[in-house]
Write a new protein. Sequence first.
Length: 139
Amino acid sequence: MRKRSFLFLIFLAPAILLNQGKIHANPSQFVYLRPSETVIQKGNASWYSQQSPGINRHTANNEVFDDSALTAAMWEVPFNQLVKVTNLANGKSVVVRVNDRGPHKRFVVSGRIIDLSKQAFSTIASLERGLIRIKLEIL
């Protein structure tokens, strides 16, 4: 028992003191820095709305899903990251905030890199298109 107490004092106590008792980090306290170089990807984008099959009421970061907001679903990008999406066919662009995860992995394999909300997609293309070729810039 004495050995365990000693190990606690050596290893865990300094960590707890440095974190002021906060073991789990709050994601809203993270500060995301802009990358030193602009990250640009090219691929396909689609859109989704509240009427799409399988869409949950809440996004992956626990916001209520609003298809009239300029938001998007994307993998491997932190929540609240701003992303500029440019339609390669007409040059129109929109800045969206990532608040969800997607597109589905089976679509990522075929080149889809982002799912835009209905409002964001309609800003740069006709909703009838469904899928467009885009350039994506991490801001």
